[in-house]
Design a protein around this ligand. Structure first.
Ligand SMILES: [Fe+2]
Ligand SMILES: [Fe+2]
Length: 255
């Protein structure tokens, strides 16, 4: 049985096992943008008890019947495999849910504008900004960064020189992506706060409930998505570029 070191940063614990990440997120502990804090601090901020959290984490680890995908250790995947997974799972999810959320907002604002108009229109406006930023962000990853990471992966596998990066170093577009992730994380927190943690009002209809359900799903998926990019994909790409610059990589490197 793994022992949870409560003094470790949340992000480090989440990286150790995907079941830990899922359990922390399920308890409302942000593993992506707020992941730099030690677990004890994050637990306190979330208004939880450290012993209860530790017990839930041990339980999640002992369960052992997690979905095969949630058990996959993406640290062992190649850049190409991980970019494919992120596009197929997380980018596709966003392309599906973002337009649906915009429709749900329009319906709920129309039906509940009288009693909850201020809150709803504010969250709708914040969401519209987030949607715009996310859509531009996905294009940048899919058209520029990810194709380059796949080329890097192929070049290193074939022991070839890395292809030239028009931005100088892969660290430059990655920094920009990380900055955009931080903004997205802040917007998610703001939406959660403004809706009192997606707590439905008494007069909510099923469409209102569907809106909050989708917003929760957006938050959960985006946290997982950003976690994979910030903590696995990007550090791996930067590390490979640095290693390649030093010309110390060999054929057996894990890509
Ligand atoms: Fe992405
Ligand atoms: Fe991203």
């Amino acid at each position: 049985m793994i022992t949870i070191d409560v003094d470790k940063p949340v992000r480090v614990l989440a990286l150790e096992d995907p079941r830990i990440r899922a359990a922390l997120e399920a308890m409302g502990i942000d593993t992506c943008c707020g992941g730099g804090k030690p677990l004890t601090e994050a637990v306190r901020e979330a208004g939880l008890e450290i012993d209860a959290v530790r017990a839930r984490l041990h339980e999640a680890m002992a369960r052992g019947k997690a979905e095969p995908e949630t058990k996959r250790d993406w640290r062992q995947a190649s850049l190409a495999e991980l970019t494919d997974h992120i596009e197929e799972k997380h980018h596709a999810f966003l392309r599906d849910i973002l337009p649906r959320l915009a429709d749900r907002f329009a319906k709920v604002v129309k039906a509940h504008g009288k009693r909850h108009g201020d809150m709803l229109t504010e969250v709708q406006r914040v969401f519209a900004g987030l949607r715009k930023e996310i859509e531009a962000h996905l294009m940048k990853e899919e058209q520029i960064l990810f194709p380059y990471l796949r080329q890097m992966s192929a070049a290193i596998a074939a022991c070839r020189e890395l292809p030239p990066m028009h931005c100088g170093s892969v660290a430059n577009p990655i920094r920009q992506m990380e900055h955009e992730h931080e903004n997205a994380g802040a917007v998610l927190s703001a939406m959660r706060e403004r809706t009192s943690g997606y707590d439905l009002p008494d007069d909510a209809c099923p469409t209102f409930a569907g809106l909050y359900e989708d917003l929760r799903a957006l938050e959960a998926d985006l946290h997982e998505h950003i976690f994979l990019e910030n903590n696995i994909l990007f550090p791996k790409a930067v590390g490979m570029e640095e290693k390649s610059m030093g010309r110390v990589h060999g054929k057996g490197d894990q890509l």
